[in-house]
Design a protein around this ligand. Structure first.
Ligand code: 13P
Length: 248
């Protein structure tokens, strides 16, 4: 079976709501190859406007975070029910920026994965080691711990994993296709042990300085089923070029 790639744009805290509407329209116009599916994850305040642009299109909508409760006295937070109502079908969970800047623990990330699934949102669980952890040979151990804690007791395989080595995020220093593939194969084994047959269907994406120039060689790796794209997803032509790299 031909692999269907998943290309997800994480816009982080960029663009104003009106700029986001324009960018979504440009991305829609740029098109997408048949063997790829696109998802856009704008900031919360942009979801409503971007949802209107993407309505009835093949591009799906995602959020970048959420709080693991349906509703409640959680000032400043956004619930999965709210995201669902806005038309989101994906949510990024445990991005390294949330882990490091906002001190999100594996336990909180676990609660978020569970809550996302309860509300029929597909969690995009982000994992990845720091440079110090890789240099001390602890990269696999760290990634295994992140995955095992986040997925503890979870038997629903509706999720996406994004392997984003922290040293490759926003640095222009991409993991080589070999280094990325090695970790993806390791993650694939963990998922197969946990979910059996369904574990081989889960999309494992690579993230960290993916650009039009390096996407094809990354996507050619056996266990890399697409990308979580930061900076390059803010330029419609670059995002489209990355999607086309899935075709090669
Ligand atoms: P960059 O593509 O800008 O390195 O960001 C990667 C990322 O963090 C996506 O979630």
């Amino acid at each position: 079976m031909e692999k269907k790639y998943l290309i997800i744009g994480n816009w982080k805290m960029y663009k104003t709501p009106s700029q986001a509407v324009d960018l979504a329209a440009e991305i829609l116009k740029a098109g997408c190859p048949e063997n790829a599916a696109l998802v856009i994850c704008p900031p919360f305040t942009h979801l409503w406007g971007v949802a209107a642009v993407l309505k009835n299109s093949a591009i799906a909508l995602g959020a970048q975070n959420m709080y693991p409760a349906a509703e409640g006295a959680f000032t400043g937070e956004i619930s999965p029910a709210m995201l669902k109502d806005l038309g989101a079908s994906y949510v990024i969970i445990g991005h390294s920026e949330r882990r490091s800047i906002f001190r999100e623990s594996d336990e909180l990330i676990h609660q978020k994965v569970k809550a996302a699934q309860e509300f029929q949102l597909t969690p995009i669980l982000c994992v990845g080691e720091t440079l110090a952890e890789r240099e001390s040979g602890r990269d696999r151990e760290v990634v295994a711990e992140q995955i095992n804690t986040a997925l503890d007791g979870i038997d629903d395989a509706h999720l996406v994993i994004a392997y984003e080595p922290v040293w490759a995020i926003g640095t222009g220093r991409t993991a080589t296709p070999e280094v990325a593939q090695e970790m993806h194969a390791f993650i694939r084994d963990l998922l197969k042990k946990r979910f059996r047959e369904e574990g081989s269907q889960i999309h494992i994406l690579y993230g960290g300085s993916v650009k039009p120039g390096n996407a094809a060689e990354l996507f050619a790796q056996r266990d890399i089923a697409g990308g979580l794209i930061g900076g390059a997803s803010l330029v419609a032509e670059d995002f489209a070029a990355i999607a086309r790299a899935a075709e090669k």
